[in-house]
Design a protein around this ligand. Sequence first.
Ligand code: FDA
Length: 510
Amino acid sequence: PPPPPPPQTNDISSCLLSNGVSNFSLPSSPSYTPLLDSSIRNLRFELPGVGKPAAVILPASKRDLRRAVLCARGASLAIRVRSGGHSYEGLSYTTENRVPFAVIDLANLNRVRVDPGSATAWAESGATLGEVYRAVGLSSRNLALSAGSCATIGVGGHAAGGGFGLLSRKHGLAADNVLDAVLIDPSGNTLTRETMDDDVFWAIRGGGGGSWGVVYAWKLRLVPVPDNITVFSVGRTGPVELIAGLMHRWQYVGPSLPDEFYLSTYIPTRSSNGNLSMSFTGQVLGPKHLAMSVLNQTFPELGLAESELSEVSWLESAVKFAGLSSVADLTSRQIGVGQYAKRKSDYVQAPISMQGTIKILQRMSTGPQGSIQLDPYGGAMARIGSAATPFPHRAGYLYSIQYAVSWNASDLDRAEEHIGWLRSFYGFMAPFVSKNPRGAYVNYLDLDLGTNDWANATGGASSKSVARAASWGERYFFTNFDRLVRAKSKVDPENVFNNAQSIPPLRYDR
Ligand code: FDA
């Protein structure tokens, strides 16, 4: 059936205008579609059948942001907050069951203020990681932010769900380095760490975006880095047995290297001439000779050559790992770059046997275009307590797996087939990964794990909503889920900020 037109809501535009918020776009405006699509990274959610918002609002200040929240509520629109738009399931710009909604897009709230003296930065949530990295790296060669590698991710959604990157084995997640935050609550109040409930300040640092209010800005701890660090990206190609040997051995190396080392691996599904390929991404907080001596001793099978390594500043490393070519590119929003994709995640607690590794790679080589990415934990990741923040995958977790399939516009009619393959591969992986519960990473959001049913959640359904959400919430957060429900009940008892996998409040149907 043809998609229904986006709802026209005059209320919201008159409310915004009368409150001095002028930068917004309604479906009738020529700017609406380019603006809505501007940061959509998963093109599945750009397709015409996906429900569109009644308005896209671009606040220019904290005041505008508060008013946008109140006007959206006043117009009975659900609120979707978007920072970088990288949600794997499009939750920052879609709703379930065609509930009318407004997108509050923070793209213009992207100021970053670095204080090298105290090694901290305030970043507005709409700043991309690239914008933050550039500001930090230009302020001092010896300061960095511990966060993910894609430069167009929004710091708003990223720190809200954790934020793992090349410095995490040394310094933890982005969320572990949040020192303060400015949160706009459902009533439009401005809360900071000092005025926020402790459970709420804990929850916003890893409990997932979209549940608590709008984080207007984060205060981030910056971490020390040497003048030069060693980086490399190397590929290896060969028959299944050779690649399996490297993958099998990596499991013992990646998670147990010194904290200064990061070594992840990426394996595409496609084989050519019966050969598989595999790439390794490495970063060492030290000189080449240190990297060479440690890696050749712990991982001689990789056969790393000194010519494959380079020494660069941390800022240059951020450029490299974002796949960019210059520091200036870090602030490019790369509009229009997206993929039709589906991703899922897992955690591994015990190394997979060589035989198991071969089976996994054989299975992958039958798949559509896709990949697995293995990110090493250990180091600081294992030393931070599993209840220190909502993110629970700490001691005892060797590495995460991210599964992905992607396809092109010319292949849209095969989308379900590709997603189906990924789901069956995920099923096949069950014996090899964490269990009871099978862990997942909330920043790698996966609606296959379950969804809220807000449409039917009124009239005494509160404990049911919580029980339902526990089925995926405990996979993202383990027992931290209970504290998240407590935090939600305090900061948003009316469930104003909700989405398909948001944390439900206990007293929702009071
Ligand atoms: P987006 O704007 O879509 O928001 C994500 C969620 O947070 C939504 O529910 C949204 O409503 C909410 N939200 C956003 N801003 C908010 C705010 N200010 N206040 C409250 N809620 C807010 N992860 C990782 O840990 N390490 C990595 O290296 C990568 N790499 C990576 C590469 C690519 C290409 C993609 C697409 C994704 C990743 N990720 C990742 C995952 C990424 O961290 C995750 O999708 C983040 O939630 C994205 O944050 P954005 O602000 O970009 O997303």
